[in-house]
Design a protein around this ligand. Structure first.
Ligand code: PMP
Length: 399
């Protein structure tokens, strides 16, 4: 067993034979994250920002400490640019709702053709409410953004461009260093969905130059229930709060209310305090690792998997030279769900279905696929066991 796997209780232990290849759905959690959350409840549990007592001060310090650490981790200069949300879905909804007041009938929103539904449906709802027009960014036959078509679409002067950082189906890493400046030159705001990027690549939001960047804690070794909306202060300042209530106000009277400054203005109510602290611990965990070596190892695992799939007669999708974290595949003539069940019976966990990216699936001409996804705890033996299980599955199905 690789030493990193031993840091994850759900994957280690003498009788543990689970081959977990579903980290794009959610990663397993290292012991340090579990310990940080338990320690909070045991020794620091109080509400944040509101107590005059020592315990609340302690809780607030831990909570705001996590915010500062996350800001540093993703390359934003002020902790006020880190807005705690429930996850990527909540963060995109906050941006779509928050910008609605700036949209007029006929304004265009350009959306990545490979986007996750979380980065599609909130824009559709915005379009419905404001009379805006959604335009998908055209993909090539492998599912990558077609740069000529993108340039062409930008000539229609969209108000906003919503992009993937890394695709949750094909693992494609979008060339943001090209795509974002192109969008900016066309006068568009940009939102990047980093849900599948942050666990695999170093992310520097200010260097990317996007207006908004969103991601989920649970896909980067942190707990569920917490995610991040970040971006430039100017862009975040434009957002109307999605939720209102306590914590986010300056003053309330029966005549009306005024809202406080960022980040609290977009964080109504009691936040997920233990989860934020857990996410801070996950970030500290990642900061202590050689992330370049991990990225290299993950990429080798996916290459081995792709070669093995080909040898066994499975079809895999996307660009083999641009594959990060996730790999989608099928066996001709067989339903992806049947493959998933047969793998599960052999303790191999993958995801099967449309992966919340129906427009991409339809572009690829697929009803669905299996998807295996890797994380820092996976090793060559996981891939070998998965390939053995796939060979077994094929044998069973084809006789
Ligand atoms: N975007 C991408 C690319 C994703 O992979 C996911 C999760 N599958 C989401 C958005 C939604 O994340 P969450 O469910 O944590 O809000």
């Amino acid at each position: 067993m690789q030493p990193l796997k031993a840091l994850f209780p759900a994957l280690s232990g003498p009788d543990n034979s689970l081959v977990y290849l579903d980290s794009a759905a959610t990663t397993q959690k290292p012991q340090v994250v579990l310990d940080a959350m338990q320690a909070f409840y045991q020794h620091q549990n109080a509400n944040v920002h509101r107590g005059a007592h020592a315990l609340s001060v302690k809780a607030t310090k831990a909570y705001e400490g996590a915010r500062a650490r996350i800001a540093e981790f993703v390359g934003v200069s002020s902790a006020a640019q880190i807005i705690f949300c429930h996850g990527t879905t909540h963060a995109v909804n906050q941006v779509a709702h928050g910008l609605a007041h700036t949209f007029q009938s006929g304004d265009r929103i350009l959306v990545d053709g490979a986007a996750h539904h979380a980065n599609i449906v909130p824009w559709q709802e915005l379009a419905k409410s404001r009379g805006a027009i959604i335009e998908p960014i055209v993909l090539d036959e492998l599912g990558r953004i077609d740069l000529n078509a993108y340039q062409q679409a930008l000539s229609n002067k969209p108000k906003l461009v919503a992009l993937n950082h890394v695709s949750n189906v094909l693992g494609h890493h979008n060339p943001l260093a090209k795509l974002i400046p192109m969008a900016k030159r066309a006068g568009a705001m940009t939102l990047v969905d980093g849900a599948q990027a942050v666990a695999h690549l170093p992310v520097d939001v200010e260097a990317l130059g996007c207006d908004f960047y969103v991601f989920s804690g649970h896909k980067m070794y942190g707990p569920t229930g917490v995610g991040i909306l970040t971006g430039t202060l100017a862009a975040l300042e434009m957002l109307q709060p999605l939720m209102t209530g306590g914590e986010m106000i300056k003053q309330v009277s029966w005549q009306g209310s005024s809202f406080t400054k960022l980040p609290n203005r977009l964080e109504a109510g009691t936040p997920p305090i233990a989860e934020v602290i857990g996410l801070g611990a996950a970030v500290e965990f990642l900061q202590g690792l050689d992330r370049e070596a991990i990225a290299k190892q993950e990429s080798q695992l996916l290459t081995t998997a792709r070669q093995g799939l080909q040898r066994l007669g499975f079809t895999s999708y996307g660009d083999p030279n641009n594959c990060h974290g996730a790999l989608a595949f099928n066996l001709a003539g067989e339903h992806h769900q049947d493959i998933g069940i047969l793998l599960d019976q052999q303790q191999v966990a993958v995801r099967c279905g449309h992966h919340c990216a129906m427009p991409l699936m339809s572009h690829l001409g697929l009803a669905g696929s299996c998807r295996l996804s890797v994380a820092l705890y996976n090793d060559q033996s996981d891939i070998e066991l998965a390939l053995d299980a796939l060979a077994q599955a094929k044998e069973l199905l084809h006789g």
